[in-house]
Design a protein around this ligand. Structure first.
Ligand SMILES: Nc1ncnc2c1ncn2[C@@H]1O[C@H](COP(=O)(O)OP(=O)(O)OP(=O)(O)O)[C@@H](O)[C@H]1O
Ligand SMILES: [Mg+2]
Length: 286
């Protein structure tokens, strides 16, 4: 067994473009600005959006002559991946590589892992090592389908989806390995409001029901804001805006609202608790 006190937060779902990288980056900056030593892992091997976000941040800091204190940057190590042709060998190599990668973050208080918008073996490994899982979803039945299947005749929930089953397996593995505390799973309803209020109300009711059945905490996520795209190119987050040397770019009202949205998620993560050294699952995902 390996030992670590790093709290692992996995940002995932198997839906592209639901805001995972944006949420991951905001969590990283929130944690660093709260004084926690924070690491970042980008498991989206193809798009590498989190890595690019962080590169943009470093470039923006240099261009604007900002010190690390003014614009904190997390530790980022290359994600493990395998070029093996055989699936078994590739999986074994990724499993070993993932374990080694985790060790590099052993001195961090938190590690935030950004997952791709589709199933991969690395994403499954990350979920199996999560203390917390944050799942951003856009507020529609298309995204709801990632969490549970709905009977088209009755409109009732007919069973969990593949993604929920993966979280369930991760919880089982953790319990079997005797790791203290379950996985804290938070589902964020992003980009709420706007058109089709009736549909959103129905999504909300179904989500409340599902949260009790499969065990996640439901929270209002990030509102719809054009500024998120612009922030990516600068490598900034809403939490950086208005700090010394960094322009505000938002009205003070929407800035306050945006910060409150981030605080909602942070409060569910029970941040100030620093975990004591404890065991990780011995059995690895095959
Ligand atoms: N709350 C929001 N309001 C407006 N735009 C947003 C919001 N959240 C994210 N976006 C924008 O939507 C796009 C997709 O977001 P993001 O890259 O965070 O999603 P993702 O889930 O990581 O995507 P992928 O599955 O491709 O990795 C980006 O251009 C981002 O700036
Ligand atoms: Mg992404």
């Amino acid at each position: 067994m390996t030992e670590t006190s790093t709290h692992v937060i996995v940002v995932g779902n198997e839906k592209g473009g639901s805001g995972k990288t944006t949420v991951a980056m905001h969590l990283i900056v929130a944690l660093m600005r709260a004084g926690f030593k924070t690491g970042a892992m980008d498991l989206d091997i193809r798009q590498k959006s989190l890595s690019r976000y962080l590169e943009n941040r470093a470039k923006w800091a240099i261009k604007n002559d900002l010190e690390l204190d003014a614009l904190p940057i997390p530790q980022l190590f290359p994600a493990p991946s395998s070029n093996e042709d055989s699936r078994e060998r590739a999986y074994a190599q990724e499993t070993a590589g993932f374990q080694q990668a985790l060790q590099k973050y052993a001195t961090c208080d938190f590690l935030v892992i950004d997952c791709p918008g589709a199933y991969t073996h690395l994403s499954k490994l990350a979920h199996a090592h999560a203390d917390s899982i944050v799942t951003p979803m856009n507020d529609s039945f298309i995204d709801f389908d990632l969490l549970a299947k709905i009977d088209p005749e009755t409109g009732e929930i007919s069973g969990p989806s593949l993604y929920s089953e993966m979280v369930w397996e991760a919880r089982q593995m953790r319990a079997k390995a005797g790791v203290m505390g379950g996985i804290n799973w938070i589902v964020m309803r992003n980009r709420m409001g706007g058109a089709n209020a009736h549909n959103k109300k129905r999504v909300g009711e179904k989500l409340e029901n599902l949260s009790r059945r499969i065990g996640f905490k439901l929270t209002k996520g990030f509102g719809e804001r054009v500024v998120y795209r612009e922030l990516f190119t600068m490598g900034l987050t809403l939490l950086d805006l208005g700090a010394p040397g960094i322009p505000t770019r938002l009205s003070s009202m929407s800035h306050l609202t945006a910060k409150q949205e981030i605080r909602n998620v942070l409060s569910l993560l029970r941040l100030p608790e620093k975990k004591s050294k404890r065991a990780r699952p011995e059995k690895e995902v095959a």
